[in-house]
Design a protein around this ligand. Structure first.
Ligand SMILES: [Zn+2]
Length: 164
């Protein structure tokens, strides 16, 4: 016989073979082919493994009060105010997103602000040290202050309820 894997309709033959749906003469012919065809042998073995796994699988038994417990849980978790507030939820989410983004920037600003203290400075602390501050350090600090400023402005405009 020709290799069943080469045509789509004959591949069904292999599937039927795996599920024991084939006539005995077809099984004999297919097994003769499988004996000489590595691809079909692999396919049949894979199918058998899947079916064995499915046979071995057992769903966990459902307890007697499963339904009542499920409905109780649905009732408590989806309360009336949850349903009432649902249409407004995307708005509150959208509002909180910039705040989250700004919080990330704030952390970054903190890292930038901290960096100049990390850089090695000469030990004697006299007035000449003021001149040794690098221009990019000042720039970083100014950037960070700008970000902080923008952040506090956004927080003020985004959350009018927080002003109590
Ligand atoms: Zn084959």
């Amino acid at each position: 016989m020709n290799c069943p894997l080469e045509t789509r309709e004959n591949a069904q033959l292999l599937l039927d073979y795996s599920t024991h749906k084939l006539e005995p003469e077809s099984v004999a012919a297919l097994e003769r082919h499988i004996a000489i065809c590595g691809a079909c042998r692999e396919f049949a073995r894979g199918q058998r493994a899947v079916w064995q796994a499915l046979d071995a699988w057992e769903a966990a038994p459902v307890s007697a009060d499963f339904d009542s417990r499920l409905y109780r849980r649905i009732e408590t978790e989806v309360s009336w105010w949850d349903l009432l507030l649902r249409p407004f939820r995307p708005v509150t989410l959208r509002r909180s997103l910039p705040a989250t983004a700004m919080a990330c920037l704030l952390v970054m600003a903190g890292v930038i602000l901290e960096r100049p203290t990390v850089s090695p400075a000469p030990p004697p602390a006299d007035l000449t040290q003021v001149d040794s501050v690098q221009p990019e350090q000042v720039e970083h600090a100014l950037d960070a202050m700008e970000i902080l400023n923008e952040f506090s402005q956004r927080v003020r405009t985004d959350t009018p309820h927080s002003k109590l």
